[in-house]
Design a protein around this ligand. Structure first.
Ligand code: G1P
Length: 318
């Protein structure tokens, strides 16, 4: 008997792991104006790579090789980033700059990138709905482009495994300050079935609500911007009425599936996540990545230590 016999493998259950990812990236990024007036927020650099490249790398590191970007007006440069640049490559090749040549080529070699356009921004559920013709009835991952998960503490592999076992909706939660529930989808939960708990800190979802006021929030467990969804979500999105903010919410479509008997589970994530869609979270991400870089981390950390010390002594004199 195999040591995994208690956990039916996806193959045994007749299910396969999601192999495609969808990245909704059509938003207007009002929280980062004026930087995002002409530059998509997904292209803001974290050290020397755009935020979006980290998100695509996160998907490919979890074994996904097919990525659909849902784009909108003014976002063409985002797609260009994942295209080849033969003119630039020829120049770098002629100069013998192998390192930069590899950096310029890398985005175009990460995955098969597809795009489609969301003509109007009517909500996250509405955006995900545009992926239907690309994804079909197979399970797929959704990664929100303005949420950064530390690469050394990945979340997606366990979520993909869990979804292949349950066939349902798989979310990730993180704990928020109760005063902040109105910024997120919030869930009520109960313990998960014992055979699922080897994947991580797994909980079973018993209800979800988008952006509740603190007094109405069922918990402080917030939906993180990573999802693995079954193809049935598209039908649920079509049947979802506008909700919070007058938008078609993915949370509401998932809740609809749950009330119809589709299992919804989540992994409680205790790793590091930042919201790169606003200035503070963006700065935290840049500092985190810069401090860990092999090429400039040591120098940057030394400078940062001095900066913080000097700043603290200025603070204590005032
Ligand atoms: C979206 C989702 C929300 C989730 C959040 C995570 O909200 O609707 O449920 O908690 O992402 O970042 P948005 O940030 O688009 O308002």
């Amino acid at each position: 008997m195999s040591e995994h016999s208690a956990n039916p493998s996806p193959a045994a259950a007749g299910r396969s792991r999601a192999v495609k990812a969808v990245i909704p990236a059509a938003g207007l990024a009002t929280r980062f104006l004026p930087a995002t007036k002409a530059v998509p927020k997904e292209l803001l650099p974290v050290v020397d790579r755009p935020v979006l490249q980290y998100i695509v790398e996160e998907a490919t590191q979890a074994g996904i090789e097919d990525v659909l970007l849902i784009t909108g007006r003014g976002k063409t440069s985002m797609v260009d980033h994942f295209d080849r640049r033969p003119d630039l490559e020829a120049r770098l090749e002629a100069k013998g700059d192998a390192e930069r040549l590899e950096a310029v080529r890398r985005p175009s070699e990460l995955a098969e990138i597809y795009t489609c356009r969301q003509p109007e921004q009517l909500g996250l559920g509405h955006a995900v709905g545009y992926a239907e013709s690309h994804v079909g009835d197979q399970p797929f991952a959704v990664l929100l482009g303005d949420e950064f998960v530390k690469p050394s503490e990945p979340l997606l592999p366990a979520m993909l495994e869990l979804q292949a076992r349950t066939g349902g909706v798989v979310l990730a939660f993180f704990e928020v300050d109760p005063a902040e529930t109105k910024r997120y989808g919030i869930a009520s939960v109960e313990p998960a079935e014992a055979e699922l708990t080897d994947v991580g800190e797994v909980v079973k979802v018993t209800g979800m609500v988008e952006k509740p006021k603190p007094e109405d929030a069922p918990s402080n467990l917030a939906v993180l911007g990573r999802y693995v969804l079954p193809g049935r979500i598209f039908d649920a999105i079509r049947r979802t009425e506008p909700g919070s903010g007058g938008e078609i919410q993915l949370t509401d479509a998932m809740e609809l599936l749950r009330t119809e008997g589709v299992p919804v589970h989540a992994i409680v994530y205790r790793g590091t996540r930042y919201d790169t869609g606003m200035p503070l979270g963006y700065l935290q991400t840049v500092v985190q990545i810069a401090a860990e870089r092999d090429d400039l981390g040591a120098e940057f950390r030394a400078w940062l230590g001095e900066f913080v010390k000097a700043d603290a002594s200025v603070g204590s004199n005032t």
